[in-house]
Design a protein around this ligand. Structure first.
Ligand code: G16
Length: 543
């Protein structure tokens, strides 16, 4: 076995987005493309010789060949040990859990999350630091800089490693330990929640349906929900992971999880429904004929945290991304704990959690989590809800309605315009930026603009500043229209419009969000000049 040094040329498009580098599989299959980015990571992270890394992915197409390349490069670059999930599999929260539990230098996670998979689909790669969380912007910038000047990479010339059997082998001087991808994570979940109470709930006539969307959470859900908590086998759907997610879009929302939505809106619907995404970090929560917005879900978890063993001692604080509704802010005020507003991207929560400022955090993009790991965590959110339901003995809908009655309702919706020509999408953003002055104080029916700006964030822990994080149009009644471009797509541009209005009146709480927000939606379309500038009559996805 010898170390080969291979000459290469930089690719100039390896800038990590909201969560790592995501591209079409065909881009990663270009000669040297993956290797360049992996070497750029190794050149930037200052790992000491012999350091230990975690490696795994969501099992999508190209996961296996990529794992082999990374193992051979890690060995050639002087790493001492790699913990790799059996079959190359680790859900994103499980990878975070393993990094923390075994105190490794960090980890490499292969995933394009909720983006479609398969030979024509997407692939992705990101580096997580020793805290288990996505690398900070400083590190991702360093990786990007390294990728632009790379001239060579190192690879061990050796046959592939056997990844399907748990155990230890050597690759050059480096140890490769193939680990069970589920057990450490399942053990962590059992330490956080009241499994006895949830087991009791599921032993009665309470029925659940979990949609793994043919993605990574299938085996995790089987181990936790079925074997450890006793849910019947029919509680799981699409639980066999497939390299192309069965041709689906593994994004747990009302559009892309139609089978689950149909089941939960049928006459004989189960009591609780949930879905997770490609790499297991997102979640969607449903009751019988009832959808819980991710923003409400975060607020409700925070308000009920004292019912869950791991959080009954109290929350240090909470955090949400800027476009996420302010429902959790109201809970934080009532609990007299701080609430932080960060840019979109889980990486911004890491510093707050490491500094002990925040216990729970979440995003409108179907992500919720806590300081148990440093990624958002789909099954964790499912277990949190089941724990609350078991403790309160109420339906999902009753819990949400009581919450609204107490705190008022932050009515919320997001419109996604996917696959736009980049120029059109940027045109909308430029138009808005140019309108800040004329918008200030302007009236639109019952709405008067209080403030509009481009969100900027100064990290309260390390002082780093992130500018240009989304346009905010805030009205005098605290309603908001937020507009930003997605940082996770791989084709054209996706423009997101987030709409939020606050309604304390219980008498209005029966309204569908689209009804309640109808006027604000028209204001948003008018201000953005969306139709004129993109030609789109309707959004691709409404949540
Ligand atoms: C990633 C980040 C999330 C973020 C989301 C936003 O999610 O991890 O923190 O909220 O992207 O995506 P966009 O920029 O498209 O709005 P994931 O699940 O794709 O890793």
């Amino acid at each position: 076995m010898s170390i080969r040094t291979i000459s290469t040329q930089p690719f100039l498009d390896q800038k990590p987005g909201t969560s790592g580098l995501r591209k079409k599989v065909s881009a990663f299959q270009k000669p040297h493309y993956l290797e360049n980015f992996v070497q750029a990571i190794f050149n930037s992270i200052n790992a000491p010789k012999g350091a230990m890394l975690v490696l795994g992915g969501d099992g999508r197409y190209y996961n296996r060949p990529a794992i082999q390349v990374i193992l051979k490069m890690a060995s050639a670059n002087g790493f001492g040990k790699i913990l790799v999930g059996q079959g190359g599999i680790l859900s994103t929260p499980a990878a975070s859990c393993v990094i923390r539990k075994y105190k490794t230098f960090g980890g490499i996670i292969l995933s394009a999350s909720h983006n479609p998979g398969g030979p024509d689909g997407d692939f992705g790669i990101k580096f997580n630091s020793s805290n288990g969380g996505p690398a900070t912007e400083t590190v991702t910038e360093a990786i990007f800089s390294a990728s632009k000047i790379i001239g060579q990479y190192q690879l061990l010339d050796t046959p592939d490693v056997e990844l399907d059997t748990i155990g230890t082998s050597k690759l050059g001087d480096m140890i490769v330990e193939v680990i069970d991808p589920v057990s450490d994570y399942a053990e962590l979940m059992e330490s956080l929640f009241d499994f006895a109470a949830i087991r009791n709930l599921l032993a009665g006539d309470f029925r659940i349906k979990f949609d793994a969307m043919h993605a990574v959470t299938g085996p995790y859900a089987a181990e936790i929900l079925q074997y450890r908590l006793g849910a019947p086998a029919e509680s799981l759907m699409n639980a066999v992971p497939l390299e192309d997610f069965g041709g689906g879009h593994p994004d747990p929302n009302l559009t892309y999880a139609p089978e689950l939505v149909k089941t939960m809106y049928a006459d004989n619907a189960p009591d609780f429904g949930a879905a997770s995404d490609g790499d297991g970090d997102r979640n969607m929560i449903l009751g019988k004929q009832f959808f819980v917005t991710p923003s409400d879900s975060l607020a409700i978890l925070a308000a009920n945290a004292s019912l869950v063993p791991a959080y009954k001692g109290g929350l240090a604080g909470v955090a949400r991304s800027m476009p996420t509704s302010a429902a959790v802010d109201r809970v934080a005020r009532a609990m007299n704990i701080p609430c932080f507003e960060t840019p979109t991207g889980w990486k911004f929560f890491g510093n707050l959690m490491d500094a002990g400022k925040v216990t729970l955090c979440g995003e409108e993009s179907f992500g919720t989590g806590s300081n148990h790991v440093r990624e958002k965590d789909g099954l964790w959110a499912v277990l949190f809800w089941l724990n609350i339901i078991a403790a309160r003995d109420q339906s999902v809908e009753a819990i949400v309605r009581e919450h609204w009655a107490h705190f008022g309702r932050n009515v919320y919706s997001r419109y996604d315009y996917e696959g736009l020509p980049v120029e059109d999408a940027q045109g909308v953003m430029r138009h808005l930026q140019a309108s800040f002055q004329s918008l200030a104080g302007a009236n639109f029916g019952k709405y008067t603009v209080k403030l509009c700006d481009d969100f900027s964030y100064t990290d309260p822990v390390d002082g780093s500043v992130s500018n240009g994080q989304g346009i905010r149009i805030i009205f005098t009644d605290d309603s908001r229209i937020i507009v930003r471009l997605s940082g996770t797509g791989t084709e054209g541009a996706t423009l997101r419009i987030y709409l939020e209005a606050y309604d304390p009146e219980v008498a209005n709480h029966h309204l569908d969000a689209q009804q309640a927000l109808a006027e604000l939606i028209q204001v948003a379309l008018k201000i953005t000049e969306l139709k004129q500038r993109t030609g789109r009559e309707e959004p691709t996805v409404i949540t």
